[in-house]
Design a protein around this ligand. Structure first.
Ligand code: NAP
Length: 317
């Protein structure tokens, strides 16, 4: 039986599955392991089931024992792992695509609705029971007829586009490559970020965090947005330069933001906390029972497939 380290606690049924296939080392207290603890705990292991809270940078990967052959990430994103460093050491990295698309797209839509319809302010007033209805009370932005710019029209972006279209939004997108007509579903393609931003009444960030996309939404690019645009991010905090976005909110260049992900999670920039136009969630994208179960099972299956066949269809490096 192969021996694996699972760095974070999984749902019970998934841990039971893992223990049937592997000699699994669980994290019963769901402690956040430091990089040195991961290295220490992985001694004698053949693989590690990592989570997005594990920073598997080159230094950490280089110190892993030679026995480790796979890092199976419990996420579709893999910005927490240095893919090249893993490749150099002959370690494959896998992710969990598809199974979390619907749940994450739901949160993507919630961010758009929450930011446009002033949900943070509304929730606060309702809880304090101190509001007075009037014709102009908490007037927000209606989605019908509004242009939605999707930065990263992949699995999650396409799902958000489909739901947003049914809400009457007009879809624009930017990827490095244009999609087929079937995947585009009538959306308008922009081959550069500037053109996408200039038509985005609402922006939905859905691309992965990578060397190319870090701080892509910054002081300069924010200026391409129409005045009073709404910015939402369901992908990764690294894509946004927080100070620039908070400054744009303060001067009303940006009307509202809807965020699920942040740089340095969970210590998000305090500028968002203070802002009434910030609709913020604690990285809930894939947080449903069905999805978290499917993700963990897939992360386990990826390790199993690799040890049985020498490769894995969800290999990303
Ligand atoms: P995906 O299917 O790979 O889609 C990513 C899209 O981004 C692709 O269309 C890709 O198109 C585009 N893209 C990549 N690099 C780009 C660049 N430099 N400039 C412009 N577009 C770029 O991935 P997915 O499954 O939709 O997931 C997307 C991301 O969502 C993940 O990487 C993850 O970080 C995040 N996520 C967050 C949560 C959450 O809990 N909030 C949950 C799941 C996923 P091209 O290759 O043609 O450029």
């Amino acid at each position: 039986m192969k021996r694996i380290l699972i760095t974070r606690r999984l749902l019970k049924s998934c841990e039971e599955k893992a223990s049937k296939i592997f000699e699994a080392n669980f994290n019963d207290n769901d402690e956040l392991y430091s990089q040195s603890k991961v290295i220490e705990m992985s001694q004698g292991c053949d693989g590690i089931l990592t989570s997005l809270t594990d920073k598997m940078d080159a230094e950490t990967i280089n110190k892993l024992p030679d026995s480790v052959k796979i890092l199976s990430n419990f996420a579709v994103g893999f910005g927490n792992i240095d893919l090249e460093a893993a490749k150099k050491r002959g370690i494959i990295v896998t992710n969990t695509p598809d199974v979390l698309t619907d749940a994450t797209a739901e949160i993507g839509i919630l961010l758009i609705l929450g930011a446009c319809r002033r949900a943070s302010e509304g929730i606060e007033s309702a809880r304090e029971s101190n509001w007075k209805w009037s014709a102009d009370y908490l007037i927000g932005k209606q989605l019908t007829g509004t242009r939605l710019g999707i930065l990263g029209m992949g699995r999650i972006g396409q799902r958000i586009a489909k739901i947003a279209k049914s809400l009457g939004m007009i879809i624009h997108y930017h990827n490095r490559s244009k999609l087929s007509d079937e995947k585009e579903q009538g959306a308008t393609y922009h081959d550069n970020l500037k053109d996408l931003l200039s038509v985005s009444d609402v922006l939905s960030i859905c691309c992965p965090a990578s060397k190319e996309t870090v701080d892509m939404i910054n002081k300069e690019t924010i200026e391409y947005l129409p005045k009073g645009a709404v910015v939402t991010n369901v992908a990764r905090g690294d894509i946004v330069e927080d100070e620039a976005l908070i400054d744009a909110l303060n001067r009303r260049k940006v009307y509202a933001v809807g965020l699920d992900v942040y740089k340095n999670e969970p210590n998000l920039n305090s500028g968002y906390l203070k802002h009434k136009s910030a609709f913020i969630l604690p990285h809930l994208g894939s947080a449903t029972k069905e999805t978290r179960t499917a993700m963990a099972n897939l992360a386990i299956d990826n390790i199993d497939e690799f040890f049985k066949t020498g490769s894995c269809k969800n290999k990303v490096n």
